[in-house]
Design a protein around this ligand. Sequence first.
Ligand SMILES: Cc1cc2nc3c(=O)[nH]c(=O)nc-3n(C[C@H](O)[C@H](O)[C@H](O)COP(=O)(O)OP(=O)(O)OC[C@H]3O[C@@H](n4cnc5c(N)ncnc54)[C@H](O)[C@@H]3O)c2cc1C
Length: 565
Amino acid sequence: MPNAKTPRILIVGASAAGLKAGARAARLDPSAAITVLERRTFFSYGACGLPYYVGGDVDDAEELRRTAYGSVRDEGYFAAVKGLDVCSGWTAVGLDREARAVTARRADGSKRSFEYDRLVVATGARARTLPGIELGEHVLVLHTPEDARALRRGLETGQVATAIVVGGGFIGVELAVALGDMWGCEVTILEAEDRLLPQMLDREMADLVSAALAERGVTVRTGCPVIGARSTEGGAVVEAGGALAGEPLEADRAVVALGVAPECEFARAAGLAVGRSGGLVVDDRLRTSDPDIFAAGDCVEVTCAVSGAPRYVPLGSLANRAGRVVGDNLVGLKTRFPTVAGSACVKVFDLNVAATGLSEAAAARAGLAARSAWGTFYDVAHYYPEVKTLHLKLVYERESGRVLGLQAVGAGDAVKRIDLVANLLRRGGEVAEILDLEFGYSPPFNAALDPLHGIAATALNQERFAIPGIAPSAEPEGRLVLDVRRPEEIAESPSGFSNALEIACEEVRARVAEIRPGTPLLVVCEKGPRSAEIARWLQHRGFDDVAFLAGGISLRTALRPRRTG
Ligand SMILES: Cc1cc2nc3c(=O)[nH]c(=O)nc-3n(C[C@H](O)[C@H](O)[C@H](O)COP(=O)(O)OP(=O)(O)OC[C@H]3O[C@@H](n4cnc5c(N)ncnc54)[C@H](O)[C@@H]3O)c2cc1C
């Protein structure tokens, strides 16, 4: 039983952040009286698994609320195992900070006041939509298990052969894969920006994703902002701008995946400070502008590790960690929540897509003078049978050499590389420090030098020797293209450059006289390293305007089959 000294802890929101906070506080102080208000009756499920339930990888949505050892995370589980009193079906509608009480309402209209000494707001986020979008029978969002069940029901009963996904963020892309892969739906993604995954990737890296989707039959229309969507008798009709202006699209379902917005109305109405995103402002101990009220998860803004500015990063990985920090602070520990690199990853058929920190576009928006290096690598030893390709883009600050972000796309292990760089970002690490990262090495797991070593070396050489690695999608701009691959490589994978001079790298030193002195050159090879090396040698031989194709023909070719708007 709680004693007089034990604070009454009230948590609003029974999901990742709220329940983690409560469970941690209860573990640290088993006598604590902890109540959790939750508006839903089906709660504490893994929302991240919803696209996989829609796609059929997860058979039953119930699985998403089971622990790894099979327990259902319901009220009884939290009472018996975690010592939390979860009151489900109660929506917090008011906060009286003077009286330290939250008013909550049930669906039947009944109301009750819950008093607290410490309050945690962990109310998450809601799916974003637009004024012209009318959600209904055939126009859905994917935010809750109910949404996912409705969508899957339509798929299982054969009512959905065509679908429009509104928004090409990570949930939209996961959804397109789920609908196309398992159910064979004809899917179109509509994205307002000029690329998919605009929060994660720059244009050329995003084009790799578009190409992979197009190859599997998904139509990607970028630059087409959706302005309206509604259900019709048989399906959905969606109106967009850009190239689709005046040409409404029809499909059996439209799924709106425009990201999320913080959900914290009752706390905001009580005067707690919110930032530009609408998320609650918290300090590094996750206290709101009222020191007795904590907040964590999708309803707060965090601090960007790279720019130092407030940033809205609604991710389950962060919500869980933040919940634990709140739990510590609830019982008097002074644990801090660090700045956030903002790492995200998504699987697009066989492609692994991951990013951390700032893209080149985001760095420019933050006013940082950024430079980029691209590279194409093998993810394990090149002779190992299961070797896969990985394209990397490293973004760094020109003057200081500070790493700003990394993007990784390929069939190889993208996430491992992102995770390492995320931790470097958080301590303001420089490109040269990547060379000092230590990796476990054996041919099935890596090459002797990791792709991260390769991309760091590319960036450093680019700066040291002033040999620009030109963007993989750029044109030669008056330079003579020197293709240094062997003839059989060129036959197998043509460069697409007209009038390229073909001299294999093994022969360049012997045949350099064939290149007129002073000719501006663009050296190309399959993945980048050979052309960078030859470019450096040519520079040494007096060619002072020489560049190389960053990421090589491999990256340039991978961009080609795109089918964008
Ligand atoms: C389809 C999908 C896929 C995702 N995939 C990933 C992924 O791959 N990786 C990743 O890191 N993240 C992913 N996320 C994001 C991740 O699910 C969220 O970041 C995480 O759930 C946030 O946890 P939270 O506790 O802050 O909020 P939520 O999980 O949103 O929980 C908030 C809870 O508060 C309750 N609530 C809200 N208002 C009130 C109120 N007034 N009164 C009472 N209760 C209230 C809600 O009902 C809810 O249960 C995905 C999300 C979705 C929807």
